[in-house]
Design a protein around this ligand. Structure first.
Ligand code: FES
Length: 112
């Protein structure tokens, strides 16, 4: 397990916590966020064009705080599973990361 951040860094439907995932020799930007009390994490890459979702760092929720939104063309995603519900990549998904919350911290479970 790799520690991402303190639990208190993720407030309900607030700014996402940006971190980096090591994928072999490649580093990939990622985000962790809290929605309905649960923690979720995704590779920070839109399913439309592989660029980061947030223009302002960590600002991934839409104005309603119900969806994650890409700041480039407005694709919006279900925060609980990364499914794109509308926009230019409807039906595609963000790449999820497996995270757990334990001992007041958020941890990334590394893929095998
Ligand atoms: S790059 Fe995200 S919607 Fe186009």
């Amino acid at each position: 397990m790799v520690r991402i951040c303190a639990s208190s860094d993720l407030q309900e439907r607030a700014l996402a916590f940006r971190f980096v995932v090591q994928n072999g020799a490649r580093e990939r930007a990622a985000i962790a966020l809290r929605y309905d009390g649960q923690v979720y994490a995704y590779i920070n890459e839109c399913a439309h064009i592989p660029i980061e979702l947030d223009f302002n760092p960590g600002d991934v929720f839409d104005l309603s705080r119900q969806f994650l939104v890409c700041s480039t063309h407005g694709a919006y995603y279900d925060p609980t599973n990364g499914l794109c519900l509308g926009g230019p990549c409807t039906g595609r998904r963000l790449s999820p990361l497996t995270v757990i919350e334990k001992d007041e911290a958020v941890w990334l479970l590394e893929e095998k």
